[in-house]
Design a binder for this molecule. Sequence first.
Ligand code: ADP
Ligand code: MG
Length: 304
Amino acid sequence: MKLAVYGKGGIGKSTTSCNISIALARRGKKVLQIGCDPKHDSTFTLTGFLIPTIIDTLQTKDYHYEDVWPEDIIYQGYGNVDCVEAGGPPAGSGCGGYVVGETVKLLKELNAFYEYDIILFDVLGDVVCGGFAAPLNYADYCIIITDNGFDALFAANRISASVREKARTHPLRLAGLVGNRTSKRDLIEKYVESCPMPILEVLPLIEDIRVSRVKGKTLFEMAESDPTLNYVCDFYLNIADQILSQPEGVVPTEVPDRELFSLLSDFYTTDEKPTGGVNDLESGSDHGSDLPSQTNDSSNFLMV
Ligand code: ADP
Ligand code: MG
């Protein structure tokens, strides 16, 4: 099974991916996580260091694919999860999709691509251009990470559009949304009313998750010495179990951009926060700090 995890930058894709990968491995699956973000830190909490990327390795081998061995690019991470970082094209040139294509090609040549029960692609999703949509060509399921705020849901909607498009020619389904770093889910639910899809799980802001990144450890590894963290692992195990049950998922129909702007901004302006200033929102509503400032006249930013 192939999974593709998408979401706005910094929303928690890599954190969620690493912990889901371990959860799947705990369920007896052989798992490979492929970081497809040029930031190349997808697998950091699994391995504890920034592993060399496919692009780095190909460069040192002068692009002689036949000189690349599995151990040059596949690193074993915590919980027996294997890790690959695709890397990015040179800054300002090249295409992320080319890099993903080369990564899959290389893994196939090394006979590694078909060796795994699960391959999880950790991608980015602010802009799902043709290049960054490439992992959807291989995926059975897309999983979108979002918080309860405008920007992440806007990105989720763009990703949904890419899934809808790819599903025309590939057997791809959207498994659903994972809410992250939010104790509220009202805006997520509002979105899902307009663009129906499952909500797989909603994780609150958990300080230990932030710490896990700094320590270069997943929650599962941290829970070994601190069993009070097992409740966090259970969130990820729950997501893994839902995926392993091969859910029906959906082929989403995205909300048109302008409709989405008014849907989400009407919500901000009419739902119990009539003034809805940015500072109000930052001080604890969990709607993120990404609300356009002119909330009392959505037409202002519709024209941007
Ligand atoms: P992305 O891969 O989407 O760019 P990351 O997974 O790198 O995002 O997460 C960005 C930051 O947010 C990291 O420091 C991570 O530890 C933190 N983080 C992610 N999820 C949570 C959470 N539920 N609670 C607290 N911090 C989180
Ligand atoms: Mg990441």
